[in-house]
Design a binder for this molecule. Structure first.
Ligand code: NOJ
Length: 860
């Protein structure tokens, strides 16, 4: 209906073509070879909503010793578990711009998952990529830029997987808004279609997934909605074409929960695992796979080769991360999940969702996964929260604050204002953090966890000064009276903005925000405090906790506002981290992972959530503005933001002196030809299986709603000639852009090495984020069609391509080295269906402190 349609891409490329995975595939082949059809299907299909202890549980293949896998959220820590860490959210992690910290956080998260018996962590999230500032789930991911997302996702994946736990890159792809992400949640016959052209897909939305594949991610989760009018989980172009062919993905694709909308089509489209295994509705007991996939494989509507590939990909991933060496799951061993998502009690039901199996057992062993001593995960959580705090305004060095106030008859008076500074009713008062009360440390939904504790700002601040000289008081409400302000010397005011996942609506926020203002009267609170603090002579410091950008035009320039700290979503160590920054124990070193505009409209029409849809047609959401995501849009239309992408102050100053370029390779338009497969994928017996092995064994106790890999009859299992989807019988040519992890290895070769000299010109140690942006040459053109007419290729003014965070003592300099790859200097040519590096004209390479503060530039 919109003109956006998916191109068919068949058949699914087989896994097992890369040398890194060779051994894992060889082992997987040995195991899959002897599996029955029912065992194969069992491994590909979840056992149904709430049938196991985790949010997702696959069926086992016990005879060959392949266990049920536990899949658990999420991107900021382990959901529904005790004695875990509530880490800072993805967006806070993005704001650190610190690769090492990103990986350390991932490592700690993976360690917790391992200790809890989780095989597959359902994170990190890199989609939504953050095109829509009001989108409900942008905070789970790392910021509105493909390179920032890609780096943070890759580091997180490496960290998680170093523990032998599988990570999941999600949501593939285009789930930029929560409205209409699903049909059933939003009362429509079908979910929305997120539409994008081929160039936007490559240069923006798929970029972080390419980086995830390069980081060896085990799993990818396809998203709920449609892309170009085909559901993402049956979108052959996306899964078969982009992910498995072009990006060379060797792991398995799992559906988001009920994002699978067809049985045969999703199998042919490239899906490998159905989650949570139910059919079109929660716990409906009518799987799209399970017994139906047995039937489809027997009657050949899903070729046996496809089923073999699905299960081989899953088993190979399990071997690849050495999960075969894990202890055996209960009852024999402790290798399975030792917690239940469905109860806080020690003893609970083993199959919560089953209407006819009441078996109970010890489900929560309360294993402490938080690390101890120097390895306590709270340490890393605090560091990320500290470095993810962005100093936006600091008049006359108001910050850092001092603890020392000379004892005097009149005490220095400090007031702490706002509900967001306090504990409220405790961090877990609403399920899945689905309400905004007390201090905001996480958004809501499956990407949230049960907080083990939450250090509120007030808890950390109340003892921060000596009571001899300072009188500090709290007013933990958003309704503050002038008389509570008039006598203060310093006012710390807290306000926030919350959002989350589509299954929860709270405080007038239907998952996506409707505006970008502070919530719960926050704007009025800040204005009032700034006005009355010390009767106009006090200093006001504003602290914002938010899921994304907040419009602050009405208060940012008020004379009373002396400093602003943007603390994002800091997780359990909120107050401690804030104190570290407020008092300058650590430099303020966060940088904005998105632009703070002066209005929501400033982000452009294509960056607005589509909130309205009433008729039964498929809501169409055009994401093509993605090429001009965030700062790229502001740059293109010369819109002055309030604070630009990459911006953040430090307590010291940095000077940028030289930018050197060393050319490592000659410019050539095309990458090297796609290399051949390094290894051949496994082959299996071509003879059809015995259909009887797909039937429930006699005497098998079948539970209602539970999903099995067995058929209940042979009806419809006879092999028959099938009408495969359009394009199935004319297999696609492998993409010239493929051939290695994340794409053609030639794309990831360094073309340039940059050297940037940075000096700390201030008086204290500090951290800076050295950012490199690229402008493409002007007048790049391609022939159009067969004629001579030429079409100019448009480029954003500048795009982020690399960054490095450094620490410098006062007066010291450092030479920072960074490379740019062929891909960094190429655009996706829709015509050539490849990455093209313009060889005529000059690139400009910029280095500096933010997307708009780039003192150094060279040509290439
Ligand atoms: C739906 C969410 O979109 C996804 O991110 C999550 O992993 C699953 N539910 C499981 O909770």
């Amino acid at each position: 209906p919109s003109g956006f349609h998916t191109i068919p891409w068949y058949p699914t490329p087989l896994g097992g073509t890369s040398s890194q995975w060779k051994e894992s595939y060889a082992k997987a082949q040995e195991m899959v070879r002897v599996m029955s059809i029912a065992e194969k299907v069992n491994v590909t299909t979840g056992t149904g909503w709430q049938m196991g202890l985790c949010v997702g549980n696959t069926g086992p293949a016990e005879r060959v010793k392949f266990p049920s896998l536990c899949l658990q959220d999420g991107p900021l820590g382990l959901r529904y578990a005790h004695n875990i860490t509530a880490f800072p959210a993805g967006i806070t992690t993005g704001a650190t711009w610190n690769r090492e910290l990103m990986q350390q956080r991932g490592f700690a998260m993976g360690n917790e998952a391992r200790l809890k018996g989780v095989n597959v962590v359902l994170g990190p999230s890199m989609g939504p990529i953050g095109l829509m500032p009001a989108g409900g789930r942008g905070w789970e991911a790392f910021g509105s830029d493909p390179v920032l997302q890609g780096v943070a996702a890759a580091e997180t994946i490496r960290g998680i997987q170093r523990n032998g736990v599988m990570a999941t890159a999600k949501h593939f792809i285009g789930n930029e808004q929560e409205h209409f992400r699903q049909s059933f949640e939003w009362g429509l016959p079908d979910a929305m279609s997120s539409n994008m052209d081929d160039r936007v897909l490559h240069e923006i939305f798929a970029w972080p997934f390419a980086e995830s594949v390069r980081a060896d991610v085990a799993s990818v989760m396809c998203s709920y909605q449609m892309v170009n009018n085909t559901y993402a989980c049956e979108n052959s172009k996306l899964i078969n074409g982009i992910l498995k062919d072009e990006l060379g993905f060797q792991g398995f694709v799992q559906s988001d929960w009920l994002a699978q909308r067809s049985g045969v089509n999703s199998a042919l489209g490239g899906l490998d695992m159905s989650m949570p295994g139910d059919g079109l509705h929660w716990a409906d007991g009518k799987p799209l796979w399970g017994g139906e996939l047995v039937r489809a494989a027997l009657n050949t509507s899903v070729p046996m080769e496809r089923l073999n590939d699905m299960v081989t990909r899953i088993v190979a991933a399990w071997y690849h991360f050495r999960q075969d060496s894990w202890e055996k799951p209960a009852p024999e061993g402790d290798g399975g999940p030792n917690f239940s998502s469905w109860t806080q009690e020690k003893v609970g039901r083993l199959h919560e969702g089953s209407p006819d199996n009441d078996a109970t057992g010890v489900v929560n062993k309360f294993v402490n996964a938080q690390g101890t001593g120097a390895d306590a995960h709270s340490v890393i959580a605090r560091k990320v929260a500290v470095e993810g705090t962005v100093l936006l305004k600091n008049v006359n060095n108001t910050l850092p604050l001092t603890r020392e106030h000379p004892p005097s008859d009149v005490k220095y008076k400090i007031g702490v204002y706002g509900e967001d500074a306090g504990p409220g009713e405790g961090p877990n008062s609403c399920a899945d953090r689905g309400c905004n009360q007390g201090t905001l440390a996480s958004g809501w939904g499956s990407g949230a966890v049960d907080f083990p504790y939450l250090v509120s700002p007030w808890q950390a601040l109340q003892h921060a000064w000596s009571t001899d000289a300072v009188d500090v008081r709290e007013y933990l409400t958003n309704k503050v009276q002038p008389e509570d302000l008039l006598h203060q010397d310093l006012c710390l005011v807290f306000a926030n903005a919350d959002a989350g996942e589509g299954f929860i609506r709270s405080d007038g926020v239907d998952a996506d925000r409707y505006d970008l203002f502070l919530q719960k009267n926050g704007t009025e609170l800040v204005e009032g405090v700034a006005k009355y603090c010390g009767d106009g002579r006090g200093k006001t410091v504003v602290i914002v906790h938010s899921v994304g950008p907040v419009v602050m035009e009405s208060w940012i320039d008020l004379p009373g506002v002396h400093a602003v700290l943007y603390a994002n979503l800091p997780g359990q160590e909120s107050g401690n981290a804030l104190v570290d920054v407020l008092f300058g124990e650590v430099d303020a070193s966060g940088r904005l992972p998105y632009t703070i505009g002066r209005s929501m409209e400033d982000y452009g029409p294509g960056a607005q959530v589509v909130y309205e849809h009433t008729d039964p047609s498929v809501p169409q959401v055009n994401l093509n503005q993605g090429l001009y995501i965030d700062y790229r849009y502001f740059d293109k239309f010369n819109i002055t933001p309030r604070f630009e992408f990459g911006f953040g102050l430090s307590y010291t100053t940095f000077d940028y002196s030289t930018l050197g370029v060393e050319k490592l390779q000659k410019k050539t338009q095309h990458p090297s030809p796609r290399p051949k497969h390094e290894v051949d994928p496994p082959e299996y017996d071509k003879r059809p299986p015995n259909p009887f092995t797909g039937l429930f064994p006699t005497g098998f106790r079948v539970l209602r709603k539970y999903i099995y890999g067995y058929c209940d009859s042979l009806e419809g299992t006879d092999p028959a000639p099938h009408q495969y989807p359009d394009g199935y019988n004319t297999p696609q040519k492998p993409s010239a852009a493929g051939g290695g992890p994340g794409g053609n290895p030639s794309l990831y070769e360094a073309m340039l090495e940059l050297t940037i000299e940075v000096t700390n010109t201030g008086t204290r140690a500090g951290q800076d984020v050295v950012q490199v942006y690229v402008s493409f040459p002007d007048d790049v053109a391609e022939h159009r069609g067969l004629g001579w007419s030429r079409e100019t290729i448009e480029f954003p003014k500048r795009v982020l391509r690399n960054f490095e965070k450094i620490t410098l003592q006062p007066g010291k300099s450092k030479t920072v080295k960074m490379t740019l790859t062929r891909k960094d200097l190429s655009y996706w040519s829709v015509r050539a269906q490849n990455w093209i590096l313009p060889t005529e004209g000059k690139f400009k390479i910029w280095a500096g402190r933010s997307s708009r503060d780039l003192p150094l530039v060279v040509e290439f």
